[in-house]
Ligand binder design. Structure first.
Ligand code: ADP
Ligand code: MG
Length: 626
């Protein structure tokens, strides 16, 4: 099994040269940058002395962009141009957003392409662009503080991020002018920050409850090597949910409706958040809110009542802990350390329930907001070549299974979820019709059996296969996942030696080209890509149907069809063949449906007959057995 050696790149560099490097926690709610200076790792504050940069970006018509606290100040006054929690839509497609839209109070550009864009006064912006603004600020801060240009950075992502989300993060970094050494999972960074490699061997659980995401990761340490045994979580569960619970309680108490008032909604959410945070220390807190001339709210909220509001969310996180432990084949009492990560783990009842479940108090000495950035900085330092060369090895796992589409819209998994990466695996496939010279390879990601329930990553063609009988070709499809969890796929046919490959880029519609150009063109290409994908899928389906029909007609056409029936089928077939010459996926889809409809009776008759044959065969066998 391939190990990922963190100290490797350092070995070629001169020992005395210190290269500037940083670790970046690009959070949903808050982002941080940290670095190792004179052997000490620390988060880097801004000129005001504040470490935490709110992951908020504000767009204005005149002078452009502001990031962080100064943007956050406008969240209430200018909510549609002040974008927060954009990490939730990183690498997501428009269709993914249907479920998230209600949670994000922004105006999405109405479009059919794959890339979601948020409408601002400065024009539409993509999540990648918004994230890159945050990264630019952190880069400037680091370069100013450290006094030089960064050689590279390590950026952390939730363990559950899929390919598209990881790629989007890398794109954002590139756009911000950063060289990304590596993306690493947030929990892994936290474990590194606690220096668990220095400790005895054992299993560690990392419980990360931030503003917008929950992750639980089970790591095992053996001989200075971290191995991620399993990961689980929910990319839409966090402190924001607690805020919303308090906010709707406030609105209910005050008899208010905010559905048409973005400003009021933001204001209530802000108050809800500070209420929540003060309940981490106090048993009761006062809520005061004024809006316009009419709205004056004064309420009291106790800790116990708050705990009831969020009980269901915490229970959900514990259920994930149980499930993820089971997947790692570890009992709760066999966990040696539990690490608390994320601002929301400051809520006392979160800690309490985690402690109850694992049967021991979690580690929380390092600030749970900073622990991820600190671990990332330590790794960046090693990757820049500043390490001693004896640093630990790191193993990571693939968060979701990847595979290809096979006959019948089914998925053939090639690398399973939770496989240690980097990893390369191959599987053989064959042709399904005589003389077939090309094969379309559709790469998908996910745990479901049917292609439509998985995420489509890429489609490519293997052409130039020597014609031979169906099933005779040996097509070897190789999947390779690199240390960042990014995938490349190649296919090779043995006897003709032809091959094709694709580096799987995000399925949110952007492929191949440079990020700068990518962003300029994102709209047009995304639409093309979506259409091309739709067309490709319909063509495959059509070809499969045509091929099945051809072979069925050849075998049973004369016997089972009347002249009129045959004529109807032929017409539908011709219509489909015509449609396949064009570029309209929808037209092909409809023609396929018509052809399937026209041949229904034929298919049924063939099926009945083969059933009868099987039954006849069966009786004969039974007779013989007697
Ligand atoms: P992310 O990783 O999603 O960016 P963070 O780890 O920075 O998030 O956590 C942000 C969340 O932590 C927010 O929901 C914030 O309200 C919450 N939080 C911060 N401080 C406290 C506190 N003292 N008590 C409870 N929640 C807190
Ligand atoms: Mg976080």
């Amino acid at each position: 099994m391939a190990l990922l050696q963190i100290s490797e790149p350092g070995q070629s560099t001169a020992p005395h040269e210190h290269r500037l490097a940083a670790g970046i926690d690009l959070g949903t709610t808050n982002s941080l940058v940290a670095s190792v200076r004179s052997g000490v790792v620390e988060t880097l504050p801004d000129t005001e002395g504040v470490d935490m940069l709110p992951s908020v970006v504000r767009y204005t018509s005149g002078d452009g962009v502001t990031v962080g606290v100064s943007a956050l100040r406008y969240a209430t006054r200018d909510p549609l141009n002040t974008l927060a929690s954009v990490k939730r839509i990183m690498g997501r497609s428009v269709s993914d957003l249907a479920t998230l839209k209600g949670q994000l109070p922004y105006k999405f550009v109405d479009q059919d392409s794959g890339v979601p864009q948020v409408q601002t006064v400065a024009g539409p912006v993509t999540p990648v662009e918004v994230s890159s603004e945050i990264l630019k600020v952190l880069r400037e801060r680091a370069e100013l503080t450290l006094g030089g240009e960064l050689t590279g950075v390590v950026i952390t992502v939730p363990a559950y991020f899929d390919d598209a989300q990881r790629q989007a993060t890398k794109d954002a970094a590139k756009l911000a002018g950063l060289n990304v050494f590596r993306l690493i999972n947030e929990p892994t960074a936290a474990a590194v920050a606690y220096g668990l490699d220095q400790q005895a061997e054992g299993v560690t659980a990392v419980y990360d409850l931030g503003g917008g995401t929950f992750d639980i990761s089970i790591l095992r340490l053996t001989k200075g090597v971290f191995e991620v045994l399993s990961t689980g979580g929910d990319t839409a569960l966090g402190g924001d949910d607690f805020d919303r619970e308090i906010a709707s309680w406030i609105l209910e108490q005050a008899g208010l409706d905010t559905s048409h008032d973005h400003q009021l909604m933001r204001k209530v959410l802000d108050v809800a958040r500070s209420t929540k945070e003060s309940l981490s220390d106090a048993n009761e807190t006062e809520i005061r809110l004024e809006h316009g001339d009419e709205i004056r709210i004064a309420l009291k909220l106790g800790r116990e009542q708050f705990e009831q509001m969020i009980e269901a969310y915490i229970r959900k996180t514990i259920a994930w802990c149980r499930k993820t432990l089971r997947e790692a084949d570890v009992e709760p009492q066999d966990v040696r350390h539990i690490i608390m990560v994320g601002g929301s783990t400051r809520t006392p009842c979160v800690r309490r329930q985690v402690e109850d479940f694992f049967g021991q108090p979690p580690l929380a000495d390092i600030d749970p907001d900073k622990v991820v950035a600190i671990g990332a900085a330590q790794q960046a330092n090693i990757l820049a070549g500043n390490g001693s060369g004896t640093e630990m090895l790191l193993l990571d796992v693939l968060p979701l299974s990847v595979g290809i589409e096979t006959m019948g819209n089914l998925v053939s998994r090639i690398i399973d979820r939770n496989t240690v990466i980097p990893e390369s695996r191959a599987q053989e496939f064959t042709t399904f019709k005589d003389g077939q010279t090309a094969m379309r390879i559709h790469v998908v990601q996910g745990e479901r059996e049917k292609v439509e329930d998985c995420r489509s990553l890429a489609t490519f063609d293997l052409t130039g296969i020597t014609p031979m009988v169906a099933g005779a070709a040996h097509i070897r499809v190789t999947f390779q996942v690199d240390a960042d969890g990014l995938l490349s796929v190649s296919a090779q046919e043995k006897s003709s030696g032809v091959s094709a490959n694709v580096a799987v880029k995000p399925s949110y519609g952007l492929t191949e080209f440079e990020v700068e150009k990518m962003l300029e063109d994102s709209f047009a290409h995304a639409e093309d890509d979506m259409l091309a994908k739709h067309l490709a899928e319909q063509l495959v389906k059509a070809q499969r149907v045509l091929e099945a029909l051809r072979s069925a007609l050849e075998k049973d056409g004369d016997e089972l069809l009347s002249v009129e029936e045959r004529e109807t089928i032929m017409q539908a077939r011709m219509a489909l063949e015509d449609a396949c010459d064009g570029k309209d996926g929808e037209r092909i889809k409809q023609a396929v449906e018509k052809l399937e409809h026209a041949s229904e009776a034929f298919v049924e008759r063939r099926m009945n007959r083969s059933v009868q044959r099987v039954m006849r065969g069966h009786r004969v066998e039974e007779f013989e057995a007697d």
